[in-house]
Design a protein around this ligand. Structure first.
Ligand SMILES: Cc1cc2nc3c(=O)[nH]c(=O)nc-3n(C[C@H](O)[C@H](O)[C@H](O)COP(=O)(O)O)c2cc1C
Length: 257
């Protein structure tokens, strides 16, 4: 959502979001801090947004797995906001990063990979939103056969195994990702789902970490929340199964029902 109607978030909605943010947990034991920033007070804006009055910035210590933890935790906030009718956009590029970092009080050893506006959607999309969506192909996604595999990358998940998790694959497919690259790949082996990052060039920086690892954290969040919705209590571990993968792929984490 990049076009907002210009209204401020109500005090009641903001209180709910802040309370939810304070209780967010993620699987890697790396806390994500959320800072709420008034656009006018700090003179903040983004060239792809219109009508927004408030932002949330996420801050995390720079350490291994900070990116995936960030993706997971920030996405929980995004989904919760939408449950209140509040629109968001993950923004990792189209902003004046230094201004947001300063306003958020970023400290040494921390990073602020992304921010998001928080606002009520406008009745119509702005032209810049429509252009942005078209530019990144935001309304389409890769088919499940290119993302979910059975035992090895040679075999797309199919048949009953595919059917059993059909709604979970949809939840992962439609997750947001930087430039809509959808860099998550999942291999089912011995009843466990192993999540990998399929890397493109140009998504790693000192200031924002690895945006595609953040994406995998987002996909993981959707998958796990889908399992929870089914009544499962999924476990998430870091335990590389050693399945041969291509050189542009990196193992991230495993989900067990
Ligand atoms: C980590 C991350 C960074 C993103 N950065 C930007 C950004 O800088 N500017 C922007 O307009 N959209 C950004 N997006 C939004 C994606 O372009 C968007 O999620 C994708 O095109 C799919 O569209 P949808 O989320 O509306 O389905 C980002 C998304 C993610 C997950």
């Amino acid at each position: 959502m990049r076009s907002f109607d210009g209204r401020k978030i109500t005090d009641e909605d903001l209180a709910k979001i802040k309370e939810y943010a304070a209780g967010i947990e993620e699987p890697f034991g790396i806390p994500v801090r959320f800072v709420f920033l008034d656009a006018e007070e700090y003179g903040l804006s983004s060239p792809v947004l219109s009508g927004e009055k408030l932002y949330v910035a996420g801050i995390v210590d720079k350490k291994p797995y900070a990116d995936a933890a960030f993706g997971y935790a920030f996405e929980k906030l995004v989904l919760y906001a939408w449950s209140l009718g509040i629109g968001t956009t993950w923004i990792g590029g189209t902003m004046k990063r230094e201004q947001f970092e300063k306003a958020a009080g970023l400290k040494e050893g921390e990073m602020m990979p992304c921010i998001s506006p928080l606002g009520y959607p406008a009745a119509r999309r702005s032209l810049k939103e429509s252009l942005m969506r078209r530019g990144v192909g935001a309304d389409s996604r890769l088919p499940a056969e290119k993302l979910f595999f059975d035992g090895s990358l040679d075999t797309p998940l199919s048949g009953q195994k595919k059917e059993e998790i059909a709604n979970l694959t949809e939840m992962v497919r439609w997750a947001p990702s930087a430039v809509n690259k959808q860099p998550w790949r999942i291999i089912l082996k011995d009843g466990a789902y192993h999540f990998y990052e399929k890397k493109d060039r140009g998504y790693v920086s000192d200031a924002a970490g690895d945006l595609q690892k953040i994406d995998v954290g987002i996909g993981l969040c959707h998958f796990v929340m889908g399992l929870e919705e089914r009544g499962s209590v999924p476990g998430i571990v870091i335990s590389d199964p050693g399945i041969p993968v291509t050189g542009d792929m990196e193992y991230i984490a495993t989900v067990k029902e």
